[in-house]
Structure formats: C-alpha cells, structure tokens
Design a protein around this ligand. Sequence first.
Ligand SMILES: Cc1cc2nc3c(=O)[nH]c(=O)nc-3n(C[C@H](O)[C@H](O)[C@H](O)COP(=O)(O)O)c2cc1C
Ligand code: SF4
Length: 440
Amino acid sequence: MSEGPIVSGHDPRFERTLYAHVGKPGSHALDYYLSHGGYEAARKALTQMTPDEVIEEVKRSGLRGRGGAGFPTGLKWSFMPKDDGKQHYIIMNADESEPGSFKDRYILEDDPHQAIEGMIIAGYAIRATKGYIYIRGEYRRAYDRLIAAIEEAYARGYLGKNLFGSGFDFDLYVHRGAGAYICGEETALMNSLEGLRANPRLKPPFPAQKGLFGKPTTINNVETIASVVHIVVRGADWFAQMGYDKSKGMKLYQVSGPAKRPGVYELPMGTTFRELIFDWAGGVKEPIKAIIPGGSSTPMLPFTDEILDTPMDFEHLQEKGSMLGTGGVILIPESVCVVDVIWNLVRFYAHESCGKCTPCREGVAGWLVKLLGQLERGQGKPGDIELIEDLLDNIEGKSFCPLADAAVWPVRGALRHFRHEFEHHIEKGSCAVQAGSRWG
Ligand SMILES: Cc1cc2nc3c(=O)[nH]c(=O)nc-3n(C[C@H](O)[C@H](O)[C@H](O)COP(=O)(O)O)c2cc1C
Ligand code: SF4
C-alpha cells in the first residue's frame, strides 16, 4: 500500500490548491503550513473583512457543497441568524463513508491546518465561536494528525482567544464517528455529537434555526470548507472562472476500480470523464462497461463515447440521469455482473439503515435485499423486475432521510442501462457475463 493517494502530478494546465501539499513530506506540521502562506486567509478575513463580506464573497464565488447535495454554500451561511445572542456552531462533516469517496481523508491527513483555517473563516462568517470536526472513526491517522495540528494551533495562537488581534475567539473540537454511514447525514451527525443514537431528525426546524444542542448550526463538508480558504485569498472571481454556469471552482475527483492510476485528482469542475480517466488516471486495465459517477449512491451510466465526453458537474450529470455526488468515480469492468454489483451495494445501504422509517427498514433492508438476493442466486421469477420497480416507486421520496433514496438510485441506473443482465438472471438463472465474477 502506498502512503497516500496517487494524485495528479504537475501540469501547466492546472495548478493544485486544495491538494497542493498532499503527499509532501512534513506537510501536516504548522511550520510547513506557515511557510506556504498558511493562515493568511484567516488573517485577511478576520482583520479586513466583516462576516457578511465573507459570506458575500463565498456567494459570489458560486461554491456549492461538496458533500453530495451541492447546496450553495454562501446561501446556506446567510440562513444563520444575526445578533440573536445565542451560541452558534460550525461543524465540519468528515464522516466520508460513501463507497467510492476518499477525497476528504487526505486533506485531513496531509494538510490538517487547511481544514482548521477553513473552520476559523467559516466560524467567523456565521458568528460561531465553537466548531466541531466530526471525523469518520476509521480515519485514525487523520484523527491523530488533526489533534496534533489543533494543539499546535492553540500553542501558537491560531486557535483560542482574540485571533489575529481581531477580538474573535474560536475553539475547535474533534469528535470521532460512531462507525455508521448514517452518522454522515447532517441531523444524525448532530445527534451523534450530542451522545444520542444517530437517528436523523425531522426538518424543519433546519440546523440554522435549531441545530447542535438546539442552537443555530451550519454543517459543511471538508472540501467545501477547505475551498473557502482559497476563495478568501484569491477572490471569488478566480474561483468562478473555473467550471460551468452553476458548477464553479476546482473539484476533487476520485477514481477507483480498474484504472491504471486510481486516486484523487484535483481538476476544474466540469472536467470530462474521458479526461479524468484517460489523461489523468492513465486509462483502464481491462474493458469497462459502466461508470458510477459520484459515489455508490449515484446512478450508474454506460461507458459510451457520449458519457465519456460529458462534463462532470452538477447540471451535466443530472441531464444524463445521474448526479455529481461526491465526485467519486467507480469503474465497473465488463467481466463483472451488474446484478451482483447492485445486490452488493443495496446490502450496504440495508446494513446502514438506522431502522427509523418503514420505507427504508422494510422496503430497502427487507424487500429489496430479498428480491435482489433471489435474483442474484438465480431464483428470480418472471415479474420480479416489475415488482422491484414498484418497490422503488414506493421507497423513493417517501423515507424520513435520503439514505433510502441512496439505495434506490443505483438500482434505477442499473435497470435503465443494464436491464438485460437482470432479465438474463431470471431467464437463465445465471450471470449474463461469461466469467460472472463476483464484486466485493
Ligand atoms: C446517509 C447520508 C450520509 C452522508 N454522509 C456524508 C459525509 O460523510 N460527508 C458529507 O460531507 N456529507 C454527507 N452527507 C450529506 C450531509 O447530510 C450534508 O448535506 C453535508 O455535510 C452538507 O455539506 P455541504 O453543503 O458542504 O455539501 C450525507 C447524507 C446522507 C443522507
Ligand atoms: S431512510 Fe433509512 S436511515 Fe433514513 S431515517 Fe429512514 S430508516 Fe433511518
């Protein structure tokens, strides 16, 4: 195993920012960070800008959340109340448990001060003097690096009281995740932080009204918050010049599966699949039939010229019937049975269901797993595909939180583009692919 991800090398077409220091020796230390302009963004925000000016700059940049849903970050920040006299909180969502997503991890491992600096700026903008980083429990190395970086930052005055002489105080805490995918859903995350079972909460009230400990709270993904550091230093116009209409800036794309160089690639938003897979990830090791574009919950797409030339951003992927999600691209080889892939993914979501609502507990964890399992074992009956589709209609959009939708979408994508493989399982009782190799 290599120590870190394989990331894009130097290329004059694009300068890395979020991953500029990933993979560099000693990059997690404060002195390294300071010698590369570290904490200048926070200094600028706290001493030269008002909180509202920071929010305005982030709005103008066009930054949208990188945790999956793509909600405009500046707009989300503007929902926080002003002068209400209450404690506000900023939370960094570092749970990163969606299969195919592994971009946040390396920021935290190799550049933890970038995450801390982003949290200071975000906290200042939304008037939060306390921040929490909720980190996936399995990310031990990232956790250790974060704790060490926070201690260093406190010791040198980058966290704590009166930062940069601005009068702004900011304390930062790290909380290790409870080992469940649902802990990444923002309201379940807050319950987990409060020491409760990680069941999602009803919305409204939204976190900006009543969040952590009942107080106004904003939750953002690691990549989102790290992006703000560069927006403050270089300006909204610099960020907005990258990408398309409503999808701006740089993006951490991830490639897994049989690529020659799997890893994380920081590229302008809207880079095509073809560029990512062939120019950056070195091409493929074996014939590919499908792409999961944005983490395992996003509907798979066929590996065709049309899809390869599609820009990977929020709008273009929606037009193709899928989603950008976290930008975690998974390649599915020709030799693998799609039914097996889907059965595997659905079992993951079923295992992670918190059990609170019926469509997910009974629909996903009960019926969907049962029907797909029968099909996968060659025990499917004519009519099962239609039954599955009816089940999907009764789950999608009807659950308490989006986890059940995350189980439905991959099935929909697979049935749209690879229905014949499901039919083959029913008609012949076996995989359509010759080798029928198992996935996962
Ligand atoms: C089941 C589930 C798991 C999630 N896991 C994560 C996660 O690990 N990291 C993350 O940033 N967002 C995750 N999200 C999305 C969060 O609820 C939330 O939208 C996000 O943290 C907001 O940050 P952003 O606006 O910066 O994207 C998850 C959502 C669901 C429904
Ligand atoms: S959709 Fe699933 S994870 Fe979400 S609340 Fe319902 S049972 Fe829990």
